[in-house]
Write a protein that binds this ligand. Structure first.
Ligand code: DI6
Ligand code: FE
Length: 410
């Protein structure tokens, strides 16, 4: 380093999460890490630390990359505890969706909400994630299903990053459900989405990626492909809610479009896995939805591991199937329910989650040149992050080199 650093974190154990592919935490005990201009400028043995204008003694804490929640629907209005209760009394998720409930009840509430209302309801949820060391968050639209309401959701998502210390990646999920005005005319809705909604939202700078719900109760593989083709025309990357309730061969489709990720994947086939390996598409695992829907078919973890598909873990925070605002709990569920190792779970919430957003060159590991998005933990070893259900050992968070207390009260 030529000039002195802005801030030096010293007396710290690093879990660099490098190398990303080998199931390693990349531990560096008794280390230091220097930040300059919001980026990691140096890391190494504490004894070799460079000079800095300010120091933070971490008191032997562990430092990881800031966590990345790479799949959320956290901006929405209302909640659906009533439907949850109905499910516990015997109704299924598909029954409720077919009767106009499910996603549609959140669509009605979200269409009626202004950007300010959406923000007021969403910021407390986001604050809970950020208190656990999350520094980057993906937020999907998909409860508006018409241009103006989708735009309000995406504007609210952008404003989250102005109101709270977090980086936000937005995803247009107009193909989440068929809006009632288009009942029986799904292809017409897909036309409107591809020709009007997506181009206008993209022109406003509101869309970082495009997603769809490819499912019997969602959109067909042919309709999904039309959405992907529209995204490609606009130069936007794609991802997909794939094989959540049945195998629709969505993973193969999203891989053909060099997609960033295929998400859910409980019903993923071997052919889907092979396509994802070839394309480098990340498998985003969402154990909260599996748990909340009381599903029994697990994603093929062992086969994904064998095929070296990078596995991310996310909350899927949404009012219908995963009303969850703890990424640490999602990591714990991925281990207890699906036998990920704690290393895989932490990789899944850092380096692989960054890749699922196409941001892996900038965030996700502790490496010189990456953005200084960091989390400091009061733990004895990295597995403690995943092990202690419902506890939050995060003490401090660093966003682009700026240190803050972990807890954000809302
Ligand atoms: N899959 C899900 O788990 C969520 N969306 C999707 O496509 C559920 C969204 C909801 O029920 O509100
Ligand atoms: Fe989802």
């Amino acid at each position: 380093m030529s000039e002195s650093a802005d801030l030096l974190f010293t007396n710290v154990h690093l879990a660099t999460m490098v190398p990303p592919g080998e199931g390693a935490y990349g531990e560096m005990p008794d280390a230091a890490l220097a930040v300059k201009d919001g980026r990691i400028a140096w890391l190494g043995a504490r004894a070799d630390a460079p000079p800095a204008s300010a120091q933070h003694d971490c008191g032997g804490a562990w430092m990881t990359p800031g966590l990345v929640d790479c799949h959320t629907h956290i901006v929405h209005a209302g909640n659906r505890s009533n439907e949850w209760e109905a499910r516990l009394n015997g109704a299924t998720y598909e029954d409720i969706a077919r009767q106009g409930g499910g996603i549609m009840s959140t669509v009605r509430a979200t269409r009626a909400a202004s950007v300010d209302t959406l923000l007021a309801q969403s910021l407390p949820r986001v604050a809970r994630l950020l208190s656990e060391g999350v520094t980057t968050l993906e937020i999907k639209s998909g409860y508006g299903l018409e241009l103006d309401a989708e735009a309000r959701m995406l504007r609210a998502a952008r404003q989250v990053a102005e109101r709270l210390p977090v980086r936000v990646a937005t995803t247009f999920l107009g193909a989440h459900a068929l809006p009632p005005e288009f009942a029986g005319r799904a292809d017409d809705y897909v036309d409107a989405l591809c020709e009007h909604m997506l181009p206008q939202l993209a022109a406003e700078g509101l869309v970082d990626a495009v997603d769809a719900f490819c499912e019997r109760i969602g959109f067909s593989i042919a309709q999904t492909e039309r959405v992907f083709a529209a995204a490609r025309r606009l130069g936007l990357p794609v991802k997909l809610h794939a094989e959540q309730l049945s195998d629709q061969q969505g993973a193969e489709l999203v891989a053909r479009y060099q997609g960033l990720s295929a998400d859910h994947l409980e019903h993923l086939s071997q052919a889907g896995i092979e396509a994802m390996t070839r394309a480098g598409t990340v498998a985003v695992l969402l154990p909260g939805a599996y748990y909340f829907l009381r599903e029994t078919v697990q994603p093929p973890i062992a086969a994904l591991r064998e095929a070296r598909v990078p596995m991310a873990v996310a909350t899927d925070c949404n009012p219908g199937t995963s009303p969850m605002t703890s990424l640490l709990l999602a990591m714990n569920m991925a281990c207890t329910l699906w036998r990920l190792t704690p290393q895989e779970a932490l990789q899944g919430a850092t380096v692989h989650a960054a890749r699922a957003l196409g941001l892996h060159k900038d965030i996700g590991t502790l490496e010189v040149g990456k953005r200084a998005d960091l989390a400091l933990w009061d733990i004895a070893r990295p597995a403690d992050l995943v092990y202690a259900m419902g506890s939050n050992p995060c003490r401090h968070v660093v966003n682009g080199g700026v240190l803050r207390e972990a807890h954000i009260a809302m």
